[in-house]
Design a protein around this ligand. Structure first.
Ligand code: C2E
Ligand code: MG
Ligand code: MG
Ligand code: MG
Length: 288
């Protein structure tokens, strides 16, 4: 008996040791990533990717800016790996400033006499809440000479929960210079339809979890229909996120002909240069 007890205690000890070591390793990895991210922002390791959005005629109506990190050892990292770290450490503010500037420069590069495209940029609650958020945006606009009317800021409801009035006030100032707002991932979180009415927004993006199941799930289909109906009534655009299959396209365009589509079915997020090449090619094709 004593032997078994001893054995168990030893096992327990080993487990704890192993567990602690695992936590230690995760903490070290996280810290290392945070330190590296700091350098990455200033050493041109971030990459701007763009994913197009389409209307029901398959015409591009705009793009969403999605950041990637070309890590020197780990390769191209997706935002899921580093955005949470950036948010917790405060690096998100510098990171989003970089994204905003690149997006505004891309907007300029994509503007021609024939066409121009709005670009949507994701803004964290932490960044939006900074005192000089409006000043930052104005500075970037004047530095890049970009058109504020082609800038869409994607926010989430988490921004609003705390202080609706202060948030609306800030949004109003930016709206007055032509910037548009979009609510991202709508349907998750609190998703109060009241937000659609109270916030000065131009667009609602319906979370991809609903789009994924809508064709085969009557309840999710009704949720999409309800959000769309309310948005339509308030003259807001709706964008379906995560349109992945022909089935999604058919279902959505049949029921909601004015809904915009974004997803892998049409295009993955791509580096800016690829987008520019495609646009140039299309302009050449349509002009001959
Ligand atoms: P999001 O803003 O909801 O962006 C859409 C995400 O869905 C992107 O993931 C995009 O690649 C992915 N996606 C697009 N179409 C499809 C599809 O058909 N199927 C599936 N399964 N996914 C699709 P990504 O690029 O990995 O970005 C993830 C999230 O990271 C974004 O979600 C956004 O919340 C955040 N993020 C990206 N860039 C920034 C940024 O500059 N600032 C902040 N704060 N967050 C960012
Ligand atoms: Mg987004
Ligand atoms: Mg989204
Ligand atoms: Mg989403």
């Amino acid at each position: 008996h004593a032997d078994t007890a001893h054995h168990q205690a030893k096992n327990q000890g080993l487990k704890t040791l192993f567990f602690n070591d695992k936590i230690g390793r995760q903490a070290r990895e996280r810290f290392a990533l945070e330190t590296a991210l700091q350098t990455a922002i200033h050493n041109e390791q971030l990459r701007l990717y763009l994913q197009p959005q389409y209307d029901n005629q398959c015409q591009i109506t705009g793009f969403e800016a999605l950041v990637r990190w070309q890590h020197p050892e780990q390769g191209l990292l997706l935002p899921g790996r580093f955005i949470p770290i950036a948010e917790q450490s405060g690096l998100i503010i510098d990171l989003e400033r970089w994204v905003l500037k690149q997006a505004l420069m891309a907007q300029q590069q994509m503007s021609s006499p024939q066409a121009h495209y709005p670009i949507s940029v994701n803004i964290s609650a932490k960044h939006f809440a900074t005192e000089d958020f409006i000043a930052t945006i104005s500075e970037l606009l004047s530095e890049t000479q970009a058109n504020p009317g082609l800038l869409v800021l994607e926010i989430t409801e988490s921004l609003v929960i705390e202080n609706l009035e202060a948030v609306v006030e800030k949004m109003d100032v930016l709206t007055q210079i032509g910037i548009q707002f979009s609510i991202d991932d709508f349907g998750t979180g609190y998703s109060s339809l009241v937000y659609l009415r109270k916030l000065p927004i131009a667009e609602v993006k319906i979370d991809r979890s609903f789009i994924a199941s809508a064709p085969n799930d009557a309840v999710d289909a009704e949720i999409v229909a309800m959000i769309h109906k309310m948005a339509d009534f308030l003259n807001l655009r709706t964008v379906a996120e995560g349109v992945e299959t022909q089935e999604h396209v058919n279902f959505l365009s049949e029921r909601f002909p004015n809904m915009l589509h974004q997803g892998f079915f049409y295009s993955r997020p791509q580096p800016i240069q690829q987008i520019l090449d495609q646009l140039t090619q299309q302009a050449l094709l349509s002009s001959t």
